[in-house]
Design a protein around this ligand. Structure first.
Ligand code: PRX
Length: 634
């Protein structure tokens, strides 16, 4: 067995040989000519000239050996529905969905936007797109209409696939009014909207533009749709993510590199073997859902468990019962879910037989030590933190137990994964940091397979956003702070930009500020992330009103603050709703007009903002302190 050190060194020193070998994990319809095209940095093209298909690799390829193995186990505690699909059945459903999409004009290179809850059809639709060579863009079902409209205008889909409703915590959320509003707001005219009728909101299905899925599925029940063999670098999907500006970026991913990277990660990091069962508790609208609910487990021949519901309904034992019932071997979720579960009766964990479970993986936000220690102790199994981003598609830092059984270190997601040439750099000089010196996590060119190819429709934004922020170096910035110890373990110390992480969901404070600014009463606003014991961070907004004095009437202020919060929810969705909106008469700024966000965040967390020699008016700080009444977020 090679050591991690040799394994990683080889992936960096000789990426061509390293990834040529890894590429054998997937099926190539036509072999590639070159492993890596470095002719146009910072763009990298992997497996140039090779032709393959993600759906073929995820499904068709397994039919010879595992047609009768479950590919998908679907459980919804919202509707009480449980369904299983073997690989053969999944093949049938994907072909039906692909045939329906084809009948609506979808072809190779077209974009299909999916606005779907956690239902099996979301998986069918993603893989049907892959089969047809169409590009899916999944929009998280919790996003509000203006958000959806912005994505429709950027992605320009030929088809939207949606459902009558989503469900969360026993509440039904009608989707069709959202779709109505989004279509009305968008400039782009989407020719068709395909509707999956879950019969949760039946009275809503009259809109003239909706095409019902079920009758078409019947019509195309026995149709087989051949896989389009795509060149490895053609786009497979676009997934929008928040950054520093108000406009989300479409992260574009390729086909071949993504398939190879995910297959490699299943062996090196997740140790998932064909026939294993993996339960990733995320949503198909996020990157973790794309990679580890859908593509990686299926490419590697596992059974994937897709779950609609919360971790505590009907009670906090539900996930552990799922482990017992479905003999789950690998589980993957975000630390927030565990902090929620930690508050439940600990006996619930002991009630289920968890002997099938080998490893619990956690990602998406910092894993705090008490939570890590609690769950490792309660389960008696390895708990593996891993760090990555929508942009990278798979873990950048992890404990590659499939390579070497390295030990975990509390507080660190681990060491760089294969192909990630990671350096911590000083943000002012661009120089590499010494061990234990704080710096920005950067990646040298080329990014390994599976990472974003570009920003959808905007190559220059890919270069200017990701490859231009470190002085004197053209390196990729993660916009995360960290430190690395002598053994290569990295600890993440928060974002360098205005992105916050609420319950594992990435949000741009700028987007929330723009939503608040759209309210007629708002003159100026600053949104900051504030530490929260349960959600990791929450958003807090400080607002200056237009031309008015702050009302002395506290009920009037409370009404306005609630109204402003509701504005954010209407524009962006419930996940972006600030925990508090605080009205002040001025915001702390430097004399040159730069908002002192870090000082605001420090005050909101009850910390000392430190010396601020450039502040224009220190009274602004006092006001925030008073408005918060000495309370931090906790
Ligand atoms: O700040 C880092 C944080 O989440 C960001 C990426 O979020 P997203 O694009 O939604 O992708 C999530 C994929 C798991 C990162 O820039 N983050 C992610 N994982 C960790 C983390 N912070 C600390 N520890 C982690 N394990």
């Amino acid at each position: 067995m090679t050591s991690y050190r040799d394994f990683h060194r080889r992936s960096i020193e000789n990426p061509e040989d390293f990834w040529r070998e890894e590429a054998r994990r997937i099926h190539w319809h036509t072999p590639f000519d070159d492993v890596l095209d470095r002719s146009n940095p910072p763009f990298a093209r992997w497996f140039v000239g090779g032709r393959t298909n993600l759906c073929h690799n995820a499904v068709d390829r397994h039919l010879a050996e595992r047609a009768q193995q479950n590919a998908l186990v679907y459980v919804s505690t919202e509707t009480g529905i449980e369904r299983r699909y073997t690989y053969a059945e999944l093949y049938g459903e994907i072909n039906r969905m692909a045939a329906v999409m084809r009948s609506l004009g979808v072809k190779r290179g077209d974009v299909v936007l999916l606005y779907l809850p956690m239902i099996p059809e979301a998986l069918f639709a993603m893989l049907a797109c892959a089969r047809l060579g169409a590009i899916h863009s999944v929009v998280f079902g919790g996003f509000a209409a203006p958000n959806l409209a912005a994505r429709i205008d950027d992605a320009k889909p030929v088809l939207i696939v949606t459902a009558d409703a989503g469900a969360r915590g026993g509440k039904v959320i009608d989707y069709t009014p959202l779709i109505d509003e989004a279509l009305a707001r968008a400039t782009h005219q989407t020719p068709h909207v395909l509707l999956i009728d879950r019969q949760l909101a039946p009275e809503r299905l009259n809109a003239h533009y909706l095409v019902a899925y079920e009758p078409l599925r019947e019509q195309f029940f026995d149709v087989h749709v051949p896989c389009e063999w795509l060149e490895s670098n053609e786009p497979s999907y676009v997934l929008y993510t928040s950054g520093t500006t108000g406009k989300p970026k479409g992260v574009q991913r390729d086909v071949g590199g993504y398939a190879v990277a995910l297959a490699a990660s299943m062996e090196h990091i997740f140790e998932g073997k064909p026939g294993d069962t993996m339960f990733t508790a995320s949503d198909v609208g996020w990157v973790v859902g794309h990679s580890y609910i859908i593509y990686a487990p299926l490419i590697a021949g596992l059974t994937t468990v897709m779950y609609e519901g919360t971790p505590i309904r009907p009670d906090g034992g539900i996930w552990w019962r799922l482990v017992e019932q479905h003999k789950i071997n690998l589980m993957f979720t975000a630390p927030t879910a565990l902090r929620v579960l930690k508050k439940q009766d600990p006996a619930l964990l002991k009630k289920s037989d968890l002997s099938s479970l080998r490893t619990l993986f956690l990602a998406g936000e910092p894993l705090d030590e008490p939570t890590a220690a609690w769950i490792a102790d309660a389960l008696g199994k390895p708990v593996i933190d891993n760090y990555w981003q929508t942009e990278t598609g798979w873990p950048m830092l992890a404990i590659p137990r499939g390579v070497e059984t390295l030990r975990s270190k509390l507080g660190s997601p681990g060491v760089p994964s294969a192909g990630f040439n990671l350096t911590l750099r000083n943000e002012l000089t661009g120089d590499a940091c010494a061990p234990r010196e704080k710096g920005v996590l950067t990646l040298d060119y080329p990014l390994p397979p599976g990472c974003m190819s570009t920003v959808w429709g905007d190559d220059s934004r890919f270069v200017s956003t990701y490859w231009s922020s470190i002085p004197n170096q053209q390196v990729y910035s993660t916009f995360d702070w960290g430190v690395q110890d002598e053994d290569g373990y990295v600890t993440i110390l928060g974002r360098t930009d205005d992105v916050i992480n609420v319950a594992g969901h990435r949000l741009g404070t700028r987007e929330i500020e723009e939503a608040l600014s759209s309210h007629a009463a708002v003159a100026e606003v600053a949104v900051v992330g504030v530490t929260d014991a349960l959600k990791g961070q929450v958003a807090m907004a400080f607002v200056v009103l237009r031309g008015a004095q702050i009302s002395a009437d506290s009920s009037e202020r409370a009404r306005l603050e609630a109204e402003l919060s509701a504005t954010v929810e209407r524009q962006l969705g419930a996940i972006a709703r600030p925990a508090r909106v605080v009205v002040v008469s001025m915001l702390p700024k430097t004399r040159s007009g730069k908002m002192l966000r870090r000082a605001i965040a420090a005050l909101a967390e009850g910390r000392d903002p430190g010396d601020l020699p450039t502040i224009e008016d220190p009274a602004a700080l006092l006001q925030i302190r008073e408005a918060l009444g000495g309370i931090g977020a906790n």
